[in-house]
Design a protein around this ligand. Structure first.
Ligand code: DQA
Length: 149
């Protein structure tokens, strides 16, 4: 049976296309989600897509994924730097989780250098713009096939 991945996009990512192109590229979230769906099909993976500007909704989606998905890709937007609640949700679901950022957070303001999610994620893909989600898909596929990294 195909493995299923929850792809979470957090606050302000619904505004992609209107945000600074030098950081985030020019694609809208719909464009990126279409790309993810196409690539997942090629890779033989199923994906569930969600975006929310609300911390609690992201936590609810993570809880639900515990019984319905095999892995998670999350771009938590600015919650990456602040949300211990999302961090705890990722920890408790015990699914392989990859953190994605469109921009190169390490090359930006210092408040973006710290991720409170990083300690409970397998790894971080940052600065590859929309390709980061595709890289994350294939990394998870590999992890599913090999049973680890
Ligand atoms: C982001 C980086 C965050 O610092 C920022 O708050 C975002 C998007 C990224 O994808 O580069 O909203 O997660």
């Amino acid at each position: 049976m195909s493995k299923k991945i929850l792809v979470v996009n957090g606050p302000n990512l619904n505004m992609l296309g209107k945000r600074k192109a030098e950081h985030y590229g020019t694609l809208t979230l719909e464009d990126i989600e279409e790309m993810i769906l196409g690539e997942a099909e090629k890779a033989g993976l199923k994906v569930v897509l969600m975006q929310s500007n609300h911390e609690g909704e992201i936590i609810d989606a993570l809880h639900k994924s515990m019984h319905t998905c095999d892995g998670v890709i999350i771009n938590a937007g600015a919650y990456t730097h602040t949300s211990y609640a999302i961090r705890d949700a990722i920890e408790l679901i015990e699914l392989p989780t990859l953190e994605v950022h469109l921009s190169n957070v390490g090359a930006r303001e210092s408040f973006r250098h710290k991720s409170v999610l990083a300690p409970v994620c397998i790894g971080q893909i940052t600065g590859l713009k929309s390709y980061g989600y595709i890289a994350a898909l294939y990394a998870l596929k590999d992890i599913f096939e090999k049973g680890g990294i």
